[in-house]
Design a protein around this ligand. Structure first.
Ligand SMILES: [Zn+2]
Ligand SMILES: [Zn+2]
Length: 431
C-alpha cells in the first residue's frame, strides 16, 4: 500500500466503529442523564469496570459456545503475556467486581459501557457499541424481576419511545429444565431432517438455540416444539406468575414468547427482550433476564442475579425512526464580541462562567461583522459587545440575538446580573 493510501486509512475510524462528535453527543448526555435518573430512583449505584479482563472470565461467564465469545470476542495477549479480552457484554465484569469487593447483598449497580464484538457491521450494529444496563445480585424475589423490567420500560418510555414490544418467557431452573430438554431433544430428533444444517448437528449439544434460529426450516419445526413455559416446576411456575402479575399491576404490557431463550445453563427463570419494528426488520433494544447460576459458575457462593443491557446506538436509531428524543445541540447563552484587544472578552467570559452562564467569545481581534457572524452561528441567545466606546464608558451593549435584535447599553458590572435574570438556567434535556 502506498504511503498516501496508508495515511488516508489512518484518518478513518476503524471498520464498524464510529466517532461520537460534539453536537451529536448532546443527545448522549441527555440519554445517560435519563438512564442515571431512573436507575437512581430504583436504588442503583454506578459501577465502572475495566474495558478488558482476563479472557477466562468471559469464557467461563458467557460460555465458549456462544457467538459472542466463540466467534466475536476481541482477544489479545498483553505485553506481560497474559490472555486478555475486550468486554463482549456487560454482566460478567460486574459479577467479577461483586465477587472481588464482596459487598453485602442485595447489590444493585448500573453501568454505561462500551462493548466490543467483531461483527459484520450493519445498521445499529457496531464492533464497538455502547450499552446502559443494570445488574441486581442477591435477591431471588420475583418482585425484583418486575422492578428490573419496570426500570427498563421507564427508561425507554422516558425517551419518548412507543410501540416497542416486551417479550417475556421463563427458562425454568435446575429442577425442571433437564426434563424439559430431554423432551425437546426427543421432539427435535423426530424432525431432524427438517432442521437447518447448522442445527441438525446440534440437537444434543444445544437444543434451546434451535428455538431462536431464524431459518425457515428451523422456525417451522420450532412452532410446534414443546415449550419450557409449559413444563415449569411448581416453584418456577409460581415465580413466573408473580412476575406477570406484577407487570399487570404496574400497567406494563408484555407478550409471552415461548421461543425466547438463552443458550446457557446459568440462565434461569425470567428471560426478556424488548424489540422494535424498524419496518425492514426487527431491532432488539434491550435484553436480559435472571442468571441465578452465574455467580457459582464464576466461583462465588450461590447468589441469584438478574439484569439487562441495552444498546445506546440502537435505542437512538429507534428514536430517530419515531422522531422522538430529538435533543437540540447545546448553544452558549452568551457570545462576547470584543473589538478592542480581547482583554475585556477574556475577563467577561471568565466572570460569566464563574456566575454559571455558558459563554463563548471571539478571538484574534477580528472585525465586528465577522464576530457577529460567529455569534449567530453559535446559536447564542445574547451578544455582549465591547467596542472602544463601551470600553471607555465602562459599559457593554447587550443584544438579544433571538429577539428583534433589541439592544441595551448597561454598566459592565451589571452585565452578569442582567444575563442571569434572563438566561435559561436549566440545561436542556434535563427534565
Ligand atoms: Zn437452525
Ligand atoms: Zn423449575
Amino acid at each position: 500500500m502506498s504511503d498516501e493510501a496508508v495515511s488516508l486509512e489512518l484518518l478513518r475510524a476503524p471498520v464498524g466503529t464510529h466517532d461520537l462528535m460534539p453536537g451529536e453527543s448532546d443527545r448522549w448526555i441527555a440519554l445517560l442523564a435519563m438512564f442515571a435518573r431512573h436507575a437512581q430512583l430504583y436504588g442503583y449505584g454506578l459501577i465502572q469496570t475495566p474495558l478488558f479482563e482476563d479472557v477466562r472470565l468471559f469464557k467461563r461467564g458467557v460460555g465458549t459456545e456462544t457467538e459472542v465469545v466463540g466467534k466475536e470476542m476481541y482477544e489479545f495477549e498483553d505485553r506481560g503475556g497474559r490472555a486478555m479480552a475486550l468486554r463482549p457484554e456487560g454482566t460478567a465484569s460486574v459479577v467479577r467486581a461483586f465477587l472481588q469487593a464482596r459487598p453485602t447483598p442485595p447489590f444493585r449497580a448500573w453501568y454505561a459501557a462500551p462493548i466490543f464484538r467483531y461483527e459484520r457491521p450493519q445498521a445499529g450494529r457496531y464492533r464497538q457499541h455502547h450499552q446502559v444496563g443494570v445488574e441486581v445480585l442477591g435477591i431471588s424475589d420475583p418482585d425484583v424481576d418486575v422492578e428490573v423490567l419496570g426500570l427498563a420500560i421507564d427508561y425507554l418510555t422516558g425517551l419518548g419511545l412507543q410501540g416497542f414490544t416486551l417479550r417475556l418467557n421463563s427458562l425454568g431452573d435446575g429442577a425442571c429444565r433437564p426434563q424439559y430438554l430431554e423432551a425437546l431433544k426427543a421432539y427435535l430428533h423426530d424432525h431432524e431432517r427438517e432442521l437447518c444444517d447448522v442445527h441438525a448437528e446440534k440437537i444434543d449439544r444445544n437444543p434451546l438455540r434451535i428455538l431462536d434460529c431464524k431459518t425457515e426450516s428451523c422456525r417451522s419445526v420450532s412452532v410446534s416444539a414443546p415449550s419450557m413455559a409449559d413444563a415449569l416446576c411448581d416453584d418456577c411456575a409460581t415465580h413466573f406468575e408473580r412476575v406477570t402479575e406484577g407487570l399487570e399491576a404496574g400497567g406494563i404490557s408484555f407478550l409471552l414468547d415461548k421461543r425466547l431463550v438463552r443458550g446457557l445453563d446459568y440462565y434461569t427463570r425470567t428471560c426478556f427482550e424488548v424489540t422494535f419494528d424498524l419496518g425492514d426488520g426487527e431491532l432488539t433494544l434491550l435484553a436480559g433476564g435472571r442468571y441465578d447460576g452465574l455467580v457459582e459458575v464464576l466461583g462465588g457462593p450461590p447468589t441469584p442475579g438478574i439484569g439487562f443491557g441495552s444498546g445506546i446506538e440502537r435505542v437512538l436509531l429507534a428514536c430517530d425512526q419515531q422522531g422522538v428524543f430529538d435533543i437540540p445541540s447545546k448553544s452558549p447563552v452568551v457570545y462576547v464580541v470584543d473589538t478592542t484587544d480581547g482583554r475585556a472578552a477574556r475577563d467577561l467570559v471568565a466572570e460569566f462562567r464563574a456566575g454559571g452562564i455558558e459563554a463563548e467569545r471571539g478571538y484574534g481581534n477580528r472585525s465586528m461583522k465577522s464576530q457577529f457572524k460567529t455569534a449567530d452561528r453559535s446559536g447564542a441567545r445574547f451578544a455582549v459587545v465591547i467596542g472602544e466606546r463601551e470600553l471607555e464608558a465602562g459599559t457593554v451593549t447587550i443584544r438579544d440575538l433571538r429577539g428583534d435584535d433589541e439592544q441595551i447599553v448597561i454598566v459592565r458590572s451589571e452585565a452578569l446580573k442582567y444575563l442571569s435574570d434572563r438566561s435559561i438556567t436549566a440545561p436542556e434535556g434535563s427534565s
